[in-house]
Write a protein that binds this ligand. Structure first.
Ligand code: AMP
Ligand code: GLY
Length: 427
């Protein structure tokens, strides 16, 4: 099978590394890929927004499966275009991708399917006065979200009405989230612990992969600004077998059914961002793709034929037994540029990338080749990841940080507490 992966981040590096394990793989291409994927696949310099060039490439290289990593090309309809051309693709249609690109669409699907989520109300920019009035009658903290895509940064948690008033003015008048903020939702603040679950589906049947936990805030102890994700671990012991069954039965199955029923059949990876609250499970958000950095820890704890799983889902007849949990665990610590998630420098030389340990994977995310050096090229630069064959998160954490200490670039920043939240469940 010839396979093309669309995207250039740590998630796509992780998908590539897992796919090359398959006996059924002939050639693997990454469009455009990064210096990490270059070591295991052929990087093709096409912009993921150039759908015509991607189709042309797939035709001339006899691509049997396209795996689309990021949300933007999905929302822009790349999967629809490929399907029209008869090319098998893992990833939802643009209509189905609305589960991520429109928070009000996602809320409607959840409400109609009876799936538990935070109470909410939506407002358009023309309704700024109504939104403002609504803020008088609610409890604080409250959560104000841009309706559209905002790279994980479109969520403002407001502690009081003054902050909330300011937030709606910033979104509607100063357009801090651009057109993604033409509509907002104001929703109930949920308290609890988060978990991420990936459901791989052909639109009808599905398999859930082991749950992971992301670390969204920049600072230790979940402080400071939201980021794209500063580290993750899997499996997350907070998701017990009973909770995992509940997630499948009360969240994933009804949503997949509702998507199909409303003409938005979802084929690909449905990512459920969950809050485990005192009063039960609630959905924070859905994404229409694998999460980053959760993918970097979930895929290494799978055994079996991951490519077979993706291909069977993309072809409409998912093989529910293609992969299984290995019994191991994985911890990924993101090495970020100083200043991220705000301004940061690029082009800094990265040292130590030749570090070798068969329990360590160094995923590339924001890197690029510059003459003979690999240099920083983004906010989240690398994901230093340990993978153990047994479930010992404490050891996995130690291994990941030991490896991280061998790697450096000017101003390298990382959280020091990735996976600590799991410890209370396993002592
Ligand atoms: P999202 O972009 O919807 O994933 O939100 C980003 C982060 O904001 C989440 O991972 C949560 O940590 C936080 N968040 C979002 N919605 C809520 C909510 N209703 N209550 C509490 N925290 C939230
Ligand atoms: N890790 C969060 C996301 O991928 O959206």
């Amino acid at each position: 099978m010839n396979v093309a992966i669309i995207g250039s981040g740590g998630r796509e590096h992780a998908i590539a590394l897992k796919i090359i394990e398959s006996k059924n793989l002939s050639l693997l291409y990454c469009i455009p890929g990064n210096p990490g994927t270059e070591l295991i696949a052929s990087n093709i310099s096409i912009n993921p927004s150039d759908h015509n060039a991607i189709i042309e490439f797939c035709r001339s290289n006899k691509i049997d499966l396209v795996v689309i990593g990021p949300e933007q090309p999905l929302v822009d309809g790349l999967a629809d275009r490929l399907r029209v051309e008869g090319i098998t693709v893992f990833g939802p249609s643009s209509n189905a991708a609305q589960i991520e690109s429109s928070k009000s669409f996602a809320k409607k699907i959840m409400n109609d399917a009876g799936v538990p989520t935070a109470q909410y109300k939506n407002f358009s920019s023309a309704q700024i006065n109504e939104a403002s009035e609504y803020l008088n009658g609610i409890n604080y903290p409250t959560v104000i979200k841009a309706d559209g895509l905002a790279a994980g940064k479109g969520v403002l948690i407001c502690n009081n009405i003054t902050e909330a008033e300011l937030a709606i003015r910033e979104i509607f008048e100063q357009k801090i989230f651009g057109t993604s903020g033409n509509e907002i939702i104001i929703e109930e603040f949920l308290e609890g612990e988060e978990a991420s679950v990936f459901a791989i589906t052909d639109g009808e049947n599905f398999v859930c992969l082991p749950a992971a936990q992301d670390h969204k805030r920049i600072g230790d102890g979940d402080t400071g600004k939201n980021t794209g994700g500063m580290g993750a671990y899997a499996p997350a012991p907070i998701v017990s077998k009973a909770l995992s069954d509940e997630i499948e039965n009360t969240i994933i199955a009804p949503v997949i059914r509702q998507m199909r029923k409303t003409g938005n059949k979802f084929v690909g990876c449905l990512y459920a961002g969950l809050m485990i609250t005192k009063s039960g499970l609630k959905v924070i958000e859905f994404n229409c793709r694998f999460g980053d950095p959760e993918t970097q820890v979930v895929l290494p704890v799978l055994e079996g034929d991951f490519l077979g799983l993706l291909y069977s889902a993309a072809s409409g007849n998912i093989n529910l037994n293609a992969v299984r949990y290995s019994g191991g665990c994985s911890v990924c610590v993101v090495a970020a540029s100083k200043g991220y998630p705000d301004e940061y420098d690029k082009g800094l030389i990265i040292e130590g990338l030749d570090y070798k340990d068969d329990q360590i994977i160094i995923y590339h995310a924001g890197t690029k080749m510059d003459l003979n050096n690999i240099v920083t090229n983004g906010g989240r630069v690398l994901g230093i990841t340990s993978v153990l064959k047994t479930f010992d998160l404490q050891l996995a954490k130690k291994k990941a940080y030991d490896a991280l200490n061998k790697i450096s670039f000017d101003g390298m920043y990382f959280r020091k507490d990735i996976s600590d939240k799991a410890l209370k469940y396993i002592q």
